[in-house]
Design a protein around this ligand. Structure first.
Ligand code: ZN
Length: 66
């Protein structure tokens, strides 16, 4: 089974100071919208990873994520 990797990708913008970060899951694709703060992006990353971990221990919901 493939390992799930959730990365934080910076989005290129015309204003470097307003750079947004997108949380991308290797299985689900982009998770939510872009975040303006790195702390918010990492929080979303942790949250999504927790959802996958919860799903892995619950067979009924793991099917819904495929
Ligand atoms: Zn995912």
């Amino acid at each position: 089974m493939a390992r799930i990797v959730i990365s934080i990708d910076p989005l290129p913008t015309e204003r470097p100071r307003a750079r947004k970060q997108l949380v991308v899951c290797s299985r689900c694709g982009p998770v939510g919208g872009p975040h303006g703060l790195h702390t918010l992006a990492t929080a979303a990353q942790d949250h999504h990873l927790a959802q996958h971990k919860a799903a892995l221990t619950t067979p009924t919901t793991s099917e819904a994520l495929r």
